[in-house]
Design a protein around this ligand. Structure first.
Ligand code: CTP
Ligand code: CA
Length: 226
């Protein structure tokens, strides 16, 4: 058996990973974003690179530097991420959607800085496209790994997302904890497939979780026919 960390099990495979948070502009100096650090997605990109894959990393706002040796495409909004992902989807073997995508964006983006006037103001938001759901609907042979950020009823919501978005695997994490998840170097996740729980990974480094996610994906990839 090969040593997990020196294996080249993904040699010849193209892997696309989205990581970090998206930014939705309100006006030239203000925006809506979230607490995603990008660490989980970057750890997966690094692990895929170490397994010999050709890695494309679609990165939103992040607090850490992306790994060396991968192609990095920087994006800002959900729409930018959607465009970057869709234009590359056909050539990929594995897609991992670790990014924390903004569900809504401001209905209008002001060209000039919004001035302070009334005591109350409202920003109208409209729904963004769901990138993962679109990938699930369009996939033809690609292996799709989604994430779910939940604060309660993690198992039920995660399995519902897996079915709705037609993922091959779904990695669920409880973002209500402060010792894991957003910003942390550690995470505790449950991995689901269409039949239910595949594996529950106790509190571990994002590095080791990244390898485990790719190991499970690798075992399920369609066999090469030559
Ligand atoms: N996702 C996406 N595009 C969106 C929203 C989410 O691709 N517009 C992806 C995320 O990258 C993640 C998965 O869908 O892989 C689940 O995201 P999550 O926010 O947990 O679920 P939602 O479907 O957005 O539902 P909700 O936020 O209401 O729980
Ligand atoms: Ca969401």
């Amino acid at each position: 058996q090969e040593d997990a960390l020196t294996s080249s099990k993904l040699q010849g495979k193209s892997v696309m990973i989205t990581a970090g948070g998206t930014i939705e502009r309100i006006d030239p100096v203000r925006y809506i974003t979230n607490d995603s650090s990008g660490k989980m997605g970057f750890a997966i990109a690094e692990a895929a690179r170490d397994y010999g894959a050709k890695v494309t990393l679609i990165a939103g706002q992040t607090q850490v530097e992306p790994p060396e040796g991968v192609e990095v495409i920087r994006v800002e909004s959900t729409q930018d991420m959607y465009d970057a992902v869709m234009s590359r989807f056909d050539n990929m073997d594995i897609i991992v959607k670790a990014a924390a995508v903004s569900d809504y964006r401001p209905a209008v983006r002001a060209d000039q800085k919004i001035k302070k006037t009334t005591d109350r103001m409202t920003i109208e938001l409209v729904k963004n496209p769901d990138i993962l759901q679109e990938l699930g609907a369009r996939k033809n042979g690609q292996f799709l790994i989604g994430f779910a950020a939940e604060t309660h009823d993690v198992a039920a919501f995660a399995q519902d997302k897996l079915r709705r978005k037609q993922c091959d695997l779904l990695v669920a994490n409880d973002v209500s904890r402060d010792d894991a998840g957003f910003g942390s170097n550690n995470n505790e996740v449950q991995i689901y497939d269409a039949d239910g729980l595949v594996e529950s990974i106790p509190l571990s480094t994002k590095h080791s979780i990244a390898h485990r996610i790719l190991d499970i994906a690798y075992e399920r990839l369609p066999l090469e026919v030559d």
